[in-house]
Design a protein around this ligand. Sequence first.
Ligand code: FDP
Length: 309
Amino acid sequence: MLELIGDENMKLSEHLTDCDSDLRKLILRISEVTKKIAKGFASRQSYSDTKNVYGEQQMAMDKWADEVIIKDLKGSGIVRYLASEEQPEVLEFKDAAGNLGVTLDPLDGSSLIDVNLAVGTIVGIYRGNVLSPGNQMVGAMYVLYGPLTVLTYTVKKGVHEFVLDDNGEFVMLKENIRIPDGKIYAPGALRKEYLPFHTKFIEKLEADGYKLRFSGSFVADVHQILHKGGVFTYPGFTGKESGKLRLLFEANPMGFIVTQAGGAASDGRKEILSIRPGVVSQRTPVYIGGKKEIDLIQKYSAEACNTGD
Ligand code: FDP
């Protein structure tokens, strides 16, 4: 049973009254379009660029979600720049009256769609250029499609969570989420390819009794850490020191949300949100979680730097 903390009758639209009108409009539009995506799983789950019985090409769920969201945001008139993980370049909608910049991971964790594990849509929101450090974000949100569809957002006034109810309405689940102290670690990458300071970090967590919980869906794994505490990590590793995850689409928005909830986000050496991206597809090692865990990895990596390890 999910614990309701906050006014369970409050709708997302009512909660967004104390924020700039373009941000409100954007978050509400994304909430509407993700309802469509949540419904799309039943009919599209197994599609992966195959032909249907009529010989028509069927799009994979992640590509379909990308198309649906881009089409909607293009029509919104408030979004000028849109960078999507599924697109090679930043899109510019020159007719837009507004100037919002959006980063979009339409369906994070998409390799888990066919086994029905939780996946999600991740959005970062900027004023103007999206090729900016994450600390320039004015808001961020994600929608997690699990047994329930939940939407978490921040516009730098706390982190709030809503659940899609039986009437098709996002209603409040939890207001002002703060990351608790917790003992969960979600470690990505292959252990045999860990860098020495990362191995030391993981071994310390294990010695301290942290429990391993890694689903393979970044958005779901960070969602769990936000609620239960601990740390998510997808580190740099031997042969790929920049790691796997994308700075713009994954690390920044989720790092921003967890930071707004009292946690922290690091590439192992410095705050993720301070990194100025060079290219849209930039990758970064990722550590997101409680301040205590993030301080620890930064301490170990600084020591490794000093000793040349
Ligand atoms: P996916 O490839 O299924 O889209 O960056 C995408 C991501 O999933 C993350 O959601 C997840 O944390 C990571 O990749 C999982 O990678 P591994 O398969 O290497 O564990």
